[in-house]
Design a protein around this ligand. Structure first.
Ligand code: 4NP
Length: 153
């Protein structure tokens, strides 16, 4: 079987989904898991931009690399190319469901369904302070571990 491909999706593709991409890439690599990884936004306002400097700073302090990442919007081909499309919050989830071909909606999940936290959404840290980015990292690290276990089964 070809390697599984995972797409992380938020609104702008500059804060949460680039962080999920960086964290999951690090953890998948450490676990020896061969998996395709990318991220995108349901909106294209930040197309071509680097991940948010605050996300890069807080993630960098924990050892994650955002190298090579620039923002892009979700495109129709993504629904065929990826095996799992993981939404950061319920708005991202419903926007993805609305855009996906009916045959592909089963690939779309809330990312935090793979974690054991009571929280099921990664809150948008864009308009808040630095604590928000730390909380995003905590949630993403935990769900990434759960996703790795899921993919290893
Ligand atoms: P993200 O955060 O969806 O985690 O990348 C946001 C980034 C930008 C905006 C909203 C959320 N914005 O409105 O520009």
């Amino acid at each position: 079987m070809s390697k599984p491909k995972v797409l992380f999706v938020c609104l702008g593709n500059i804060c949460r989904s680039p962080t999920a991409e960086a964290v999951f890439r690090y953890k998948a690599n450490a676990a020896g898991l061969d998996v395709g990884i990318d991220s995108a936004g349901t909106g294209g306002w930040h197309e071509g931009e680097l991940p948010d400097a605050r996300a890069r700073e807080s993630g960098g302090r924990r050892g994650y690399s955002f190298a090579g990442q620039t923002a892009r919007a979700v495109i129709d081909e993504d629904f065929l190319e990826f095996d799992l499309i993981l939404a950061m919050d319920r708005r991202n989830y419903s926007d993805l469901i609305a855009k996906a071909p009916g045959t592909q909606v089963g690939k779309i999940r809330l990312f935090l369904d793979f974690g054991s936290s009571e929280e099921k959404e990664v809150p948008d840290p864009y308009y808040g302070g630095p604590d928000g980015f730390e909380h995003v990292l905590d949630l993403i690290e935990e769900a990434s571990d759960g996703l790795i276990t899921h993919l290893q089964q």
